[in-house]
Design a protein around this ligand. Structure first.
Ligand code: ADP
Length: 586
């Protein structure tokens, strides 16, 4: 008998047994996990193979960080924990950035990493990839667990899933010492030890008193504004949020990943009048959005007169209240249930704000959109951001189910304000950290989880952090069209070396790089374009064929500004400015 074919005897011997590999896979399947974002290696190579054999979709990446970003994005898109699986120490550390990113963004994700043997690691005897991964993970996620015994796998997975989902969602680390996978136990006992998590997202409704208080504040406001954040997009209470906005009748600002929850073309959308509404409003109603740096902590010149605004906030996390400004009416609950309770209490005679306020916002919006329109229609070659993104704006309007992935500095800031999103959860970007390199992982997760066409608009610098994953995109033949906004450098491509030396400036890349050839190398479509008309043609072709495509879009070197819209966050000093007069010119 050939060695590859197990003998009947061996089959009978193991028939009533199970092992750590199978229990882990069964526990994940029992809890609805369908996809694992993976990088194989010791000790989890076979775990990936067996998971695939058992019907899970296991997608292998080229680097753990991108498998992790994919899992994080999957968590946001599906409201279920995205699963990333890595090898020990270095692979774990690569995945940890993504786990921290998921936690920072309040997205559910579980990082499952193989680890070395406890007996050796704990005595620091120098094991293969020795590292106390559990201790290192803990500060970077919502919860961290280690499973030592096969009979505890059901418990460990259930704890991880509940911790990732319940309350404010976040990242969870699950440590799997290699030996655990090989542990064998009775199959029936093993099955009995598995736990299907019941109601990990319990409804949470604020008290009647809290609802009344919030409505009183909103009622007394003359110029109310709603800010809708990605927590509301995550909550998947799309109809309720829309009904709340329309019944209250107040202008709203969507944060970048909440764009499309209501279409950006909605008459109450105030995105094109952002400065006006932030400054002039007298009451701000935060719905799944934090008053963090992205909203300049609710203070400063952009927010108008100090102390002139009242804040109402819906959030699942009680400690979010008063974290930056006094919250006059906290609503602690999930967005769907809280919106429902508010709508019920508002009844049918809710007094909407005056036309004086909503009309002023609307006319500012219309004026700004009209002012911008001709710039978006230019056909300059090489392109600028307006001409190229103007084309992509039209393509997204024609294909509103497309998931837009977006990262970079200028490529991010400009695309966010120029491109309207028309449906919920159709925009994935750099999130709360403003992290670069999420592009390819997010694009892969978007294609896998939704089956929709993906358009990834990438700064040439941002793409550099994740470019090797184009091979992954080609391997799984995903409908991802990547547009690299190539202006030859970070922020701009015309930087010079201030020492006068031969090395290029710290912020420039090889001029005229052909990123499209990277895609061709793996069998995808690659093309270079330098005019908006050609860009339109290339993207339309990619959408028709649904083939992996990379479009190297040549942008003028001097298009773009230092650090995009957040140049003000760069430190400076009088000494530096005196020494480097060039710095002032940027
Ligand atoms: P943005 O960056 O879009 O402003 P943030 O990530 O800052 O959004 O805020 C999202 C907020 O949404 C977090 O404070 C989080 O606790 C909250 N959140 C997440 N899910 C829910 C939910 N289902 N119901 C209520 N709040 C939620």
């Amino acid at each position: 008998m050939s060695a590859a074919v197990p003998s009947t005897e061996a089959t009978q011997d193991t028939e009533n047994l199970t092992d750590g590999f199978h229990l882990l896979i069964d526990a994940l399947k029992l809890n609805g996990v369908e996809t694992i974002y993976n990088v194989p290696g010791i000790p989890i190579t076979d775990l990936g193979r067996y998971a695939q054999a058992q019907g899970l979709r296991v997608l292998s990446f080229r680097h753990e960080q991108h498998a992790g970003y994919a899992a994080a994005a999957a968590g946001f898109l599906t409201k279920k924990p995205g699963i990333c699986m890595t090898v020990s120490a270095p692979g774990f550390l690569n995945g940890l950035t993504a786990l921290a990113h998921a936690t920072t963004n309040c997205w559910p994700m579980i990082l499952i990493s193989g680890s070395s043997e406890r007996e050796i690691v704990d005595l620091q005897r120098g094991d293969y990839e020795e590292m106390d991964q559990l201790a290192i993970a803990r500060p970077h996620c919502k919860a961290a667990y280690r499973i030592l015994h096969a009979e505890d796998i059901g418990l460990g997975v259930a704890r991880a899933i509940r911790a990732a989902l319940t309350g404010r969602p976040g990242g969870v680390y699950l440590d799997i010492p290699g030996q655990l996978l090989g542990q064998v136990m009775d199959a029936v006992e093993g099955q009995k030890s598995l736990i299907e998590v019941v109601d990990p997202n319990p409804e949470s409704v604020p008290s009647d008193e809290a609802i009344e208080r919030a409505l009183d504040v909103l009622k007394s406001a003359k110029k109310p504004l709603m800010i809708i954040g990605k927590g509301a997009a995550y909550a998947q209470a799309d109809d309720k949020v829309r009904e709340l906005v329309e019944t209250l009748g107040i202008p709203y600002l969507p944060m970048s990943m909440a764009k499309g929850l209501l279409p950006d073309t909605h008459p109450l959308c105030a995105s094109a009048a952002r400065s006006l509404v932030l400054k002039e409003s007298d009451c701000v109603f935060l719905v799944g959005a934090r008053l963090n740096w992205l909203l300049s902590h609710g203070q400063g010149k952009a927010w108008g007169e100090k102390g002139a605004k009242k804040f109402v906030q819906i959030d699942i996390e009680p400690t979010e209240m008063d974290s930056n400004q006094k919250i006059s009416a906290p609503l602690i609950g999930d967005i769907g249930s809280t919106a429902t309770a508010l709508l019920e209490a508002m009844g049918s005679n809710w007094q909407k704000p005056s036309e004086e306020w909503t009309g002023a916002v609307r006319s500012k919006v219309q004026g700004n959109i009209e002012k911008m329109a001709p710039r978006l229609r230019n056909n300059n070659s090489p392109m600028d951001y307006q001409g190229s993104l103007g084309v992509l704006k039209e393509i997204i309007a024609e294909n509103p189910d497309t998931v837009l992935v977006n990262e970079g500095a200028n490529a991010l800031d400009q695309a966010r304000s120029i491109i309207d999103i028309h449906k919920p959860r159709k925009r994935l970007d750099v999130g709360t950290w403003g992290i670069m390199g999420i592009g390819m992982g997010s694009a892969i997760a978007a294609a896998v989880e939704t089956g929709n066409q993906v358009l990834a608009i990438e700064g040439d610098s941002a793409f550099g952090f994740c470019g090797m994953e184009v091979e992954t995109i080609c391997r799984y033949n995903l409908p991802v069209c990547i547009v690299i906004m190539n202006n030859n450098g970070i922020y701009r491509g015309d930087g010079t070396n201030w020492s006068g030396g031969e090395d290029p400036s710290t912020t420039v890349f090889v001029k005229g790089s052909r990123y499209d050839l990277m895609m061709q190398a793996f069998g995808g479509e690659g093309v270079t374009v330098d005019s908006p008309d050609d860009l339109r043609q290339a993207v339309n072709k990619a959408f028709e064929t649904r083939k992996p495509t990379l479009i190297n879009a040549v942008i003028a070197e001097d298009a773009g500004k230092e650090s995009g819209n957040i140049g003000n966050l760069n430190p400076s000093s009088v000494v530096a400015q005196a020494r480097y007069p060039q710095a002032k010119k940027i």
